[in-house]
Design a protein around this ligand. Structure first.
Ligand SMILES: [Zn+2]
Length: 471
């Protein structure tokens, strides 16, 4: 038979129990602090002095590296935080860090806990990239998940978590993990030095400084054409890496340059037809720091094309002068800014629109439609708009203020194509490079094969008619 406990004694017991619980919790926290939850890497702060043999050694103090902090939460599991592009805690997507002491045969778990965007291709099957000197780049992460986490620093919504496991399958001193194949400012400089030595003497390649960046780096401007009279040539402008975390854009740009500077007949014809103004890396400071969207002072340059300032966006001020001069001097047939896209599949374009002029509106779509004759390009993913939130982007400013009709961004998924495509596997560097080459091959067709252009234009107009008759 149960006896009722006297109220006074019951109260004392409760007090004692909560005291015991508090002590237990305190001891537990101490134990976790000493044992498992330990900061093993902190780029700008202090790291735990306690080390265990099994602790991994993280680092990101190299070009484009951007891991801010690593915390060991159990023997083989780590919580990782990325550096933000600005002090508001915004813009994290790109990641790149190294890890030492991974042991062959062991499985490790990594959780990056402060992704800014809720959407990500990691939700759709993309895997993080890993690299070692022995095995090169591979996508062999397992159990990849992307989901909502803690409140953001500005409390507007929640951060997102990317988690994956990785079974180490070989002995090597250092592994690297990243969002997409890195392409640093140094990579660009050495590529340009290399290419200058290799190209044929009849190719004109002028390598100039477009502008000093906020941090004092040289932003490169390349002029490419053929030697001889260029008075009848139109201008073409191609730029990339305004968003530093979109490294796939640099591989598309490499494809553009490799082809344009080659002895291929179509490349020769293009140099005879056009003067190319190319800025391969619009944001070298952001690329160096490992930012995702901004320059070194937290400014998204692709939101300041209409009102750039010399102090905060000097590259954009100088780029606009070059393009404006080119428009006046010879006209610009094509402006294309190369980007990576964090959620959509495939490679596609964004163009502008003109609802007041059906023929012009149709004409804008001809070049992207012709791009879809090339492998991997997806016309159904293209979009044509003058969205209010994008009025300060390069694409819309070149269209509205410089009068360039064929003003596009070419966007590539960081790694995935359509589920049902024969190449549903991940995109690699050669795929990105081929898309750059496809841009120029399409430009060649667009300028030299009038009958194809006419056909595409008519087909597009006809499909508009069909569409309207259904309304
Ligand atoms: Zn972008």
């Amino acid at each position: 038979m149960m006896h009722a406990v006297e109220p006074e004694r019951s109260h004392l017991w409760e007090q004692k129990r909560s005291k015991l619980d508090a002590i237990k919790a305190k001891n537990g926290a101490k134990k976790r602090k000493k044992g498992e939850h330990r900061v093993v890497f902190n780029k700008n702060g202090t790291t735990s002095k306690i080390k265990k043999k099994t602790d991994l050694k993280f680092d990101s103090s190299f070009e484009s590296g951007n891991l801010a902090k690593a915390t060991r939460i159990s023997k083989y599991e780590y919580e990782l935080e990325l550096s933000f592009d600005n002090d508001k805690g915004h813009f994290t997507q790109w990641f790149y860090f190294s890890v030492r002491r991974m042991v062959k045969g062991r499985t490790y778990k990594f959780n990056i806990i402060n992704f800014y965007k809720s959407g990500s291709s990691f939700r759709d099957g993309m895997k993080p990239l890993s690299y070692s000197e022995v095995k090169g780049w591979r996508r062999r992460a397992a159990d990849v998940k992307y989901y909502e986490g803690e409140k953001k620093k500005d409390q507007s919504s929640n951060y997102n978590i990317l988690t994956w496991t990785y079974k180490q399958d070989h002995d090597v001193k250092k592994m690297f993990f990243c969002h997409c194949y890195p392409y640093t400012y140094s990579d660009l400089c050495s590529y340009l030095e290399d290419v200058k030595l290799k190209i044929n003497k009849n190719i004109v390649l002028i390598d100039q400084v477009l502008s000093k960046t906020v941090d004092g780096r040289d932003c490169k401007l390349l002029t490419v054409t053929s030697s001889g009279d260029d008075s009848n040539k139109q201008g073409v402008v191609i730029t990339a890496r305004v968003h530093p975390g979109e490294s796939n854009a640099s591989y598309m740009m490499k494809g553009v340059l490799d082809f344009l500077l080659s002895d291929d007949e179509q490349a020769q014809a293009l140099r005879n037809l056009f003067v190319f103004k190319i800025v391969p890396m619009l944001n070298p400071d952001g690329v160096f720091k490992g930012n995702y969207r901004c320059n070194s002072i937290g400014q998204d340059l692709n939101r300041h094309y209409d009102d750039p300032s010399l102090e905060m966006h000097p590259v954009i001020v100088n780029l606009k002068t070059v393009i404006s001069d080119l428009v006046k001097e010879r006209g610009v047939l094509l402006y294309c800014d190369l980007h990576g896209h964090s959620t959509k599949r495939n490679v596609f374009m964004y163009g502008c629109s003109d609802e007041s002029n059906v023929l012009k509106d149709n004409e804008i779509k001809v070049f992207p439609k012709m791009m879809s004759m090339q492998p991997m390009f997806s016309y159904k993913d293209c979009s044509f708009n003058l969205d209010q939130v994008k009025t300060n982007t390069g694409r819309i400013v070149m269209f509205q203020k410089m009068g360039i009709m064929n003003s596009y961004t070419m966007e590539s998924s960081f790694g995935i194509t359509d589920k049902d495509s024969p190449k549903a596997a991940h995109l690699n560097r050669t795929d990105f490079e081929n898309m750059g080459k496809s841009l120029l091959k399409t430009l060649y067709l667009y300028q030299t094969q009038k009958h194809i252009v006419d056909q595409v234009r008519d087909d597009l107009l006809r499909s508009r008619g069909d569409f309207r008759s259904k309304l």
